[in-house]
Design a protein around this ligand. Structure first.
Ligand code: C5P
Length: 213
């Protein structure tokens, strides 16, 4: 049986995760949120007080571990971790380690699942270049900042809209302009506009995925 890989890329706060969850539930696929690996590494670096600007210390730490867990946790979604995750994601060794980690997870999961929906920034362009279906999620930064602001308030965190917008624009800039695997629309990707209600997005996804059946 052919195994299916669907890549879902897009900028911070574009709703990739929700889309990946919708697809994986609908088609019984394993969902891998690759961003959680960058977030988990960022959180360990903060806890261990490793200087995130010091590539050498990060490399030494990476050589001491084999694997990062992809288990999701709300604690990994705060703004400090988001910021550091995006900073360490520019380091070649970090990407190499996390890409190998992702491939190992997918390989293992494909033994029991018929496919995987993987979301991130470089999934269709780099990590799974041969993905069967590639999606790229688009939403302008103001709408993304508004959604993020609302989410933080609902989580009981402090949030200032102007600050969130500034941070989203900064993360976009870092993700798009880095040398290693910058955020790009992968060749052959279907662009999904997720700025309207999710019901609208679902219709676009269903149209893009009709070939699965
Ligand atoms: O998707 P999420 O916002 O959770 O990702 C956190 C950070 O990890 C992003 O800002 C991005 O810099 C980095 N990332 C990446 N490549 C991926 C997934 C995430 O560079 N495939």
């Amino acid at each position: 049986m052919n195994k299916l890989i669907i890549s879902i890329d897009g900028p911070a706060g574009s709703g990739k995760q929700r889309i990946a969850k919708y697809i994986s539930k609908k088609y019984n696929l394993y969902h891998l949120d690759s961003g959680i690996l960058y977030r988990r590494l960022a959180s360990i670096i903060i806890k261990k007080k490793i200087n995130y600007k010091d590539n050498k210390s990060i490399q030494i730490f990476l050589s001491s571990i084999d694997f990062l867990s992809a288990r999701s946790h709300l604690k990994l979604r705060n703004e400090k971790i988001s910021k550091i995750a995006s900073k360490i994601a520019i380091i070649y060794e970090v990407r190499k380690f996390i890409n190998a980690n992702q491939k190992a997870i997918v390989k293992k999961k494909l033994k029991s699942y018929k496919g995987c929906a993987v979301d991130g920034r470089d999934i269709g362009s780099k990590v799974f270049k041969n993905a069967n279906i590639k999606l790229f999620i688009r939403v302008n930064s103001e709408i993304r900042a508004k959604r993020r602001h609302k989410q933080l308030i609902e989580q009981g965190e402090k949030s200032i809209y102007a600050q969130i917008l500034k941070e989203i624009n900064l993360r976009d800039k870092t993700d798009k302009n880095r040398l290693q695997s910058p955020l790009v629309v992968p060749r052959g990707a279907v662009i999904i506009d997720n700025s309207k209600k999710f019901l609208h997005t679902k219709t676009l996804i269903d149209q893009a995925l009709h070939k699965i059946r």
